[in-house]
Design a protein around this ligand. Structure first.
Ligand code: NIG
Ligand code: FE
Length: 403
């Protein structure tokens, strides 16, 4: 490379997260040239005669792509500490939901909160993620269920990317729970989701994707199918909470509609993993929810690995099943609880997490990608997932700007 660029980071070890030749796609003694917020060149120092407006000596430390948290519910009102107490006194997550608590209690708190209040708490949670190296995150609605609150949540989520150095992708999760107004008419609620909310949200350009909760305490496959049909019609991507607590064959259904990802999947039958492979769907593992709900059934990681289905890991940050604002803790849990290797776990929060959002311009350090980068004072990338709460990035670049 011998061209003029805006910015040159040199004297760094680079975990590109690309395939091979070595682990983490690592480049020793490398440099990254940035121009116009994008990576222009990445490679060994010796090939470079760049003239850059600004240069930065990385002091031999490790440069990684910014992390991508591809599944969160971080905009919500109230909290559910009381339900944590109830669970420790013997009630299950399902029992609490059946008694009108669970998602529904957060719906009540979110409906009554102002946009300002929602933004303030969401900002704190997003900041915790950003301080750990997250540069792109996804936020789902689904705690409003009525049209105004769903719109309010999605607008708050979008505002996060205006007030914080982070890119936000938004997902409409109307089919999260049946609101009280439709207790006796779940199909009527799906009529409302498909006939009114999706068209409105699409017209306002408020969501990139549509998500569902296919579960005995959520929606049936037939109801989810209707949501997928409508999402497709409006050109929205599909994501799906499936096989978290039971096997309703939601993953196969989502794959029939070419879902970007199927998420949770503890109860996914190993024989159904081939559907993900065929439809190029990412398996999103959410070990925080598995841990917090003290689940026993583990996702079919061995089969996912064998069939080379990309695995992502996300926080699922939400008040009920995963109140965990740390992507690296979730990566560690993916190793300890689901037996991912440290390299798989780091791919799961970078390149594969980007893929779960339909993005191929981040989560890796390669030419043409966004210059979302973090510098870490570590001797090896595995240290980031082997430890809990030990490291924060030394420096962060967001779209090529130091933040
Ligand atoms: O991803 N599974 C459904 N939704 C969330 C939990 C939401 C809640 O309990 O508030 C999840 O685990
Ligand atoms: Fe979730």
């Amino acid at each position: 490379m011998s061209k003029q660029c805006d910015y040159l980071i040199y004297n760094v070890q680079i975990a590109t997260m690309l395939d091979g030749p070595g682990p983490y796609g690592a480049i020793e003694n490398g440099c990254v040239a940035i121009d116009n917020g994008k990576i222009q060149y990445v490679g060994a120092m010796e090939n470079v005669e760049a003239s850059a407006l600004n240069t930065f000596d990385g002091g031999g430390k490790w440069l990684l792509p910014g992390f991508v948290d591809c599944h969160t519910h971080l905009v919500y009102g109230g909290d559910r500490a009381n339900e944590f107490d109830m669970r420790l006194n013997g009630l299950s997550y399902q029992q609490i939901a059946e008694q009108g608590g669970g998602i529904k209690s957060t719906v009540a708190a979110t409906r009554s909160a102002t946009a300002e209040t929602l933004l303030a708490s969401a900002k704190d949670r997003a900041t915790a993620l950003i301080n750990e190296g997250v540069t792109t995150l996804e936020v789902k609605s689904g705690y409003g269920l009525d049209i105004n609150t769903e719109i309010k949540m999605l607008q708050v989520a979008k505002t996060l990317s205006v007030v914080l150095p982070v890119n936000v992708l938004t997902t409409y999760l109307g089919a999260h729970a049946i609101p009280d107004e439709y207790t006796d008419d779940p199909d009527g609620y799906i009529d409302f989701v498909c006939g009114q909310v999706i068209p409105e949200i699409s017209a306002l350009n408020l969501a990139d994707s549509v998500d569902i909760f296919c579960e005995n305490i959520g929606f049936t496959p037939a109801q989810c199918k209707r949501v997928f049909e409508t999402a497709k019609r409006f050109g929205l991507n599909i994501k799906a909470h499936v096989e978290q607590l039971s096997d309703l064959k939601g993953a196969k259904l989502a794959c029939d509609y070419h879902a970007l990802s199927v998420d949770h999947i503890e109860y996914l039958a190993p024989t159904d993993v081939s559907y993900l492979k065929q439809s190029n769907t990412v398996a999103v593992l959410l070990p925080g929810a598995f841990y917090f709900l003290k689940e026993k059934q583990k996702p079919p990681v061995e089969t996912l690995r064998r069939l080379q289905v990309p695995m992502a890991v996300a926080t699922d940050l939400n008040p009920g099943s995963s109140p965990i604002a740390s992507i690296l803790t979730c990566a560690n849990m993916a190793c300890v609880l689901f037996e991912l290797t440290p390299e798989e776990a780091l791919r799961a929060i970078t390149i594969n997490a980007a893929k779960a959002l339909g993005l191929n311009d981040r989560g890796q350090i390669s030419p043409g990608c966004r210059a979302d980068l973090c510098l870490w004072d570590i001797s090896h990338p595995a240290q980031l997932v082997y430890t809990i709460n030990q490291y924060k990035p030394l420096m962060r670049w967001f779209g090529g700007q130091l933040v």
